[in-house]
Design a protein around this ligand. Sequence first.
Ligand SMILES: [Zn+2]
Length: 298
Amino acid sequence: MTDDSEHRTSPELVADRRSVMLGISGFMAALAASDAAVAATPTRKIVDISVAIENDRPSDPPGLGPKVTYRGHKESAPGMAHFFPGLKPEDLPNGEGWAIEEVQLTTHNGTHLDAPYHYHSTMDNGKRALTIDEVPLEWCYRPGVKLDFRHLPDGHVVSAAEVEAELKRIGHELQPLDIVLVNTSAAAQYGTMAYLNSGCGMGREATLWLLERGVRVTGTDAWSWDVPFSFTAKRFEQTHDKSIIWEGHFAGIQIGYCHMEKLSNLDALPSTGFEVICMPVKIKGASAGWTRAVALVG
Ligand SMILES: [Zn+2]
C-alpha cells in the first residue's frame, strides 16, 4: 500500500503548492485587472426618457388609457398552491404567493415606437409598409439630437426652416440615422387633461426634411408627432384642407420612418452628445410597440 502524501516528497509537493499559490495570485491579479477595467470604463449616465404605464393618470383620450390589474401575494397564494398538489397557501413563506399583473393596453399607450404600417399600408411610395416586428433594430440605437421647441405655442406646426434653425443654434450637422427628439411644452402637462392639447407638432414639410437626410427614428414628448388633433380639427373646419390631417404621420407614406410618442425627461438631455436606445417590443404584424426608451449621456 502506498501513501501518496508520504511518497510525494519535497520537490514535487513544493512545486504543487507553488502552482496553487501561483494560481491564487494569478486569480487575484486578474481580479485587480478586471476592477481596473471597470474603473476605466467611461461611466455613461442612463436617462430614462419613458413614461410609466399606470392607472388613473391622464395620458390618452378618456377611456383609451392603460388598465393595470394588480394581483397581490396573498390573493395569488391559493392559485399558486394549486400547481403543487397537497400544498396549502399557509405553507408558502408568510402565506404569500407571487405578485402578478394583468395589463390591458393598446400598442399606442405609454411610450411607444410607431411603425410605418401605423400611417398607411404602404411606404417609400408603394412598398408594403414595415410593421413593428420588421423595423431594423439598427435604427433604434443611434446618436441622438434634441430640438428644443418648448417655446413654440400649442398647436404650432413646426416647419423645416425651424428645424434647420434649431440645428444651427445647437451646432449640429444632422447625420443619417440620427435619432431626432423633439422637446415640446407638452411634457410639462403630462398626467393632466391638458396634455392631449399641448405642445407644437411636426408638420409634413419638417418631417420630410429630416427623412430626406436619412433620419429614420424620431420622437416627441407630446401625445402625437403631429399637432394636437383639436387644433387640426378647428383648422379643417375652417379650410377643409385635407392635406393638414395627420400630415406628420402621413409623411411616412413617402419615406418610411418610425417615431416615438409620449417621451419624458427630454429637458434633462443635452442638445447632442448622447445615444438613444429604443428597441420596440416585438409584436407580430403590429403598428407599434412599447419601448423603455433611454438616452446614454456622456
Ligand atoms: Zn402612436
